[in-house]
Design a binder for this molecule. Structure first.
Ligand code: FES
Length: 105
C-alpha cells in the first residue's frame, strides 16, 4: 500500500492508504469526499479535477493534449497544479502524493 494526502472541498485533510496500479481517479471516486468522475475516465467530463501540491507536480507524467484542452476550459484551472485525476496512474513512486479536490463545476 502507498499513502496519499487529500484535502477535500471543505478544506479537511485526509490521510489514506491507496493501492498503486489504479488511476488516481479510481481511488478518489471511492471516497465520500472524492470526485464524481462522471465520464469514467474518458477525459471528457473534468469532474475528476484535482490540484497537485507543487512539490509533486514534476513527478507526475506530462499532460497529453486532450487533458490540457479540457483543463483550460475550467473556471478553476490552475496552469501549475491542475490535473485530471483519470489521466494519472497512481504508481508506487507517488506514495506520499498530496492533492486537493477541485471545486465542483
Ligand atoms: S473522469 Fe471524466 S475527465 Fe476524468
Amino acid at each position: 500500500m502507498a499513502r496519499m494526502s487529500i484535502v477535500d472541498r471543505d478544506g479537511r485533510l485526509h490521510e489514506i492508504e491507496a493501492k498503486p496500479g489504479l488511476k488516481l481517479m479510481e481511488i478518489l471516486r471511492e471516497l465520500d469526499y472524492g470526485v464524481a468522475a462522471i465520464c469514467g475516465g474518458l477525459c471528457s467530463c473534468a469532474t475528476c479535477h484535482v490540484f497537485v501540491e507543487e512539490s509533486w507536480v514534476a513527478k507526475l507524467p506530462k499532460k497529453q493534449s486532450d487533458e490540457q484542452d479540457l483543463l483550460t476550459e475550467l473556471a478553476d484551472y490552475n496552469p501549475a497544479t491542475s490535473r485530471l485525476s483519470c489521466q494519472v496512474d497512481f504508481t508506487p513512486e507517488l506514495s506520499g502524493l498530496r492533492i486537493t479536490i477541485a471545486p465542483d463545476g
